[in-house]
Design a protein around this ligand. Structure first.
Ligand code: FAD
Length: 400
């Protein structure tokens, strides 16, 4: 269906969306597609109704990932991978601001006319407010993670209405999978996709529970990250940093905090973006860049002169730690803080680093999510878990 011949379907869908339908029900990740008239593509497009990562990889990257190559099995189709950080970091960015810098360059050089990104509401620094940014200032206002489910695709209708032809979308895996499924309906001449990895996202209420349970001062947290040193780093308004070891998290309390969509997700590494900027495959303090295709390489080239880079590295062996953590997490075990701190110090010294840390995190989350799906949505298990994830999970012994 072309955009021009699609109007009556859009009108019907507009009537539908006013009823706030969420066909994926509790598995909805609030990506925003169902807030637009593109809701009539939802059965095909929704990452939780129709898992189609492999087909979309072929359509967007020209091939699907090579399952016999361990790097591709874990990190998806790619032609290059580096660790990098900005020589002059952007103040207030989540890491050093590589994502915002690429978006600004693309806008300034006229590659795109707008950038889909997420600012926050004036009342709440963590409440997402998706926008189509048209100026560098608007892109900068979207820097730093809003660590909650964000309806990024709710702005898609504005694209057609405003006549935009060249667009950059920044987003996480579930948003990008739905976007890729409808991209040909948007009337664009060129779409660029800049992704971030994503895991364990939460609703705004869930975020509050996480902050209240974990931080010494929940109301002053401006930024947090689960870091490669096995600690959560909270940054507070006064500039101070608070660290809490992963092993000291109140697993019992926090078990229900993550959104069911995130507990059912196997696209941690954002396999359908052109370029992905995260951190978990890089040494501590560095960002991790995965170039999936030529478009992604061209986007990265725009900021190479602003970056310090190094090759990716990999150290350690994750398998034992992952296997031991599966029943511990399942039973909601929490170590006393002194033991958690000690464990954190030991594992930081001898634990997995670089790409092996990335694989540790993927293994831990995929095994947990596989169990969640098996117990809560057994009818979806076969079709919803992609082949690459089945192979990864298959390395471990899981409880019933
Ligand atoms: P900045 O320049 O600060 O820009 C951040 C960009 O993120 C902005 O453009 C904004 O539009 C976008 N954004 C903010 N909140 C959201 C949201 N809720 N949904 C979609 N887009 C958003 N990396 C890993 O390696 N492992 C992880 O487990 C991981 N989890 C993440 C979970 C979430 C919810 C998000 C948003 C990101 C996650 N990342 C993860 C990516 C990482 O935290 C950084 O965002 C990334 O390295 C870019 O840093 P930066 O300084 O270049 O970004």
């Amino acid at each position: 269906m072309s955009p021009a011949t699609d109007r009556s379907a859009h009108r019907k869908a507009r009537a539908l969306k006013t009823t706030s339908r969420r066909p994926a029900k509790e598995l909805c990740s609030e990506c925003g597609l169902c807030d637009t008239y593109y809701i009539h593509y939802v059965k095909d497009a929704c990452a939780f109704l129709n898992q189609q990562v492999e087909q979309l990889e072929v359509r967007n990257h020209g091939r699907s990932r090579d399952l016999d190559n361990e790097r591709e099995l874990y990190f998806g189709v790619h032609q290059d991978m580096i660790a990098a950080r900005k020589q002059s970091p952007i103040e207030g960015a989540q890491w050093t601001g590589i994502v915002s810098s690429i978006a600004i360059e693309m806008l300034n050089r006229g590659w795109v006319e707008g950038v889909v990104c997420v600012q926050n509401t004036p009342e709440d620094r963590f409440q997402p407010k998706p926008v189509i940014a048209r100026t560098p200032e608007e892109i900068l206002a979207a820097r730093v993670n809003k660590p909650t489910l964000s309806p990024n695709l709710s702005v898609l209708e504005q694209i057609e209405q405003s006549g935009l032809k060249r667009l950059l979308v920044i987003g996480v895996g579930c948003q990008i999978q739905a976007l890729r499924a409808v991209q040909d309906q948007l009337g664009l001449e060129k779409l660029y996709v800049l992704g971030t990895p994503c895991v364990d996202n939460v609703t705004r209420a869930g975020l509050q529970k996480f902050l209240d349970t974990t931080s010494r001062s929940p109301s002053t947290v401006v930024h947090y990250e689960f870091m490669q040193d096995f600690r959560v780093h909270f940054k507070h308004e006064d500039g101070s940093t608070e660290t809490v070891p992963f092993f000291g998290l109140n697993t019992k309390e926090l078990k229900d905090v993550f959104a069911p969509s995130c507990m059912s997700c196997f696209d941690y590494v954002n396999g359908l973006a052109d370029l992905v900027v995260g951190y978990m495959g890089a040494p501590f303090g560095w960002q991790w860049i995965t170039v999936r295709n030529q478009t992604g390489q061209e986007m990265l080239d725009l900021v190479m002169d602003q970056l310090e880079t190094q090759p990716v590295m990999s150290e350690g062996n994750r398998h034992k730690a992952v296997q031991q953590s599966i029943p511990a997490y399942d039973k909601g075990m929490t170590l006393p803080m002194w033991a958690a701190k000690l464990m954190g110090v030991v594992i930081e010294k001898i634990g997995p680093k670089g790409l092996e840390y990335g694989r540790f995190s993927i293994d831990s989350h995929f095994t947990r999510n596989y169990l969640y799906l098996k117990r809560n949505h057994p009818e979806k298990l076969e079709a919803h878990v992609p082949e690459f994830a089945k192979r990864i999970v298959g390395q471990y012994k899981l409880p019933e």
